[in-house]
Design a binder for this molecule. Sequence first.
Ligand code: SAM
Length: 479
Amino acid sequence: MTETASFPIFVRLVGEPVLVVGGGRVAARRIRRLRRAGAAISVVAPRLTPALADLADASVLRWWDRAFQDEDVAGFRLTIVATNDPAVNRRVATAARAHGSFVATTDDNAGADAPIGDAVLPAVVDRDPIQVAVASDGRAPTLSRRLRARLDAFIPRAYGELAALAGTVRQRVAQSVPTRLRTQFWTDVFEGEIAEHVFAGRLNTAQQVLAKRIEDAEKHGEVTGTGAVFLVGCGPGNPDLLTFRALRAMQRADVVFYDSLVPTAIVSLAAPDAEFRHVGKRAEHHTIAQGELNALMVEHASAGERVVRLKGGDPFVFGRGGEEIADLAAAGVGFEVVPGITAAGGSAAYAGIPLTHRDHAQSVIFTTGHRQASSLALSWATLAQRGQTVVFFMARRNLATICRSLLDYGLPADWPIALIIDATTKQQIVASATLGEWVDPGEQPELDGDGAGLAIVGEVVRLRATHGWFEPSREPPAD
Ligand SMILES: C[S@@+](CC[C@H](N)C(=O)[O-])C[C@H]1O[C@@H](n2cnc3c(N)ncnc32)[C@H](O)[C@@H]1O
């Protein structure tokens, strides 16, 4: 640990004279922020990047097109060191300090052993008006930048809008919401329904709900909240393929409903304090009827809870998301659908089968391979076409019927087919053959377990030989 540490501070610079020494990319980044801060910017540098030169031409900044001289620093409140020559940077810092100008430098130059400036310019995540700054006192600038990148990915873009919305009512809340309720009030705004409306781009609704919450707090002296249901697509099984939005919804859940298609590694990412309810559903083993599940979700949401319903793949692709929503809508419960990577996309990518490679397929069809063999009532004439790819979900048990029907409707015996099981996970299995081979159940691969599987039919399957990249480790499942 460093003996002394920098003091974090955000400085207002509207109209303040600021000198930037350097005209390259680093200087350009600093100047972008200085402009946002409203500073009066001067730059000394023999050359400018084209973008900075444009700003100089437009008199947005003043440019001295020459090397730095010690007297340049006179009259500036702040001097920013931004050249890639340590000797020049050091000279600028010494001159600026002698003239009473505060000197700021990048984290790279701020090494505690030989610091160049007084202040460190941090790596920033910008969600105007929220700014998150990261610096390491010159100890690990690359780590600061990596941390910044992670925060950037994790902090929703719309936090800025949320903060701006809060700003519009801050005074009113301070005046009219009793002090004892205020923390609860703001937590509800930033964590609850209002935040979700903002994140989903429903700003008007967010404003209306916020106004209503303020009124309730004023009138009834209590903070009210309403529950909602999030239908969250979890992708094909690999936790790395979750979306940020899915993860955020999961981490803020009060109750989580999940079924067998969602692996434990994903379920365990949800808020640890949430109530977890397994609702079954691997093909025939329904542990809870759909109607009962829908009623439960309505009940929890109506009690003000944030209900997260985890779904395999994407909720709207053979996922019954539509049916679940119908009941929620009928009950007047708020809901949101978080899309996920469908198993079709996940399987194709991880098996190295580009679904619409333009030399082979101009369209792709997602269809079901489920139901008893005799009642697979699909439009086979449409499916048995060249120049397209067909993805059969729930295909494991009906491979022979699928192959037979496609052959009957005109596809040749050497037409390629692949079966992909537990795609994107360490247990992934890909088997490929031709329709002619697999029409005979005896020729089909013998596969243990009940991993989810789908079939891809079309010439693109052949590309797997050159496009396959994923090597599953075949470790046994964690649970
Ligand atoms: C009820 S459907 C749900 C589909 C899901 N909503 C989606 O978008 O992927 C279940 C079927 O999805 C397919 N599936 C789901 N996960 C899979 C995986 N990891 N690998 C292969 N197929 C998968 C299988 O065909 C399985 O029978």
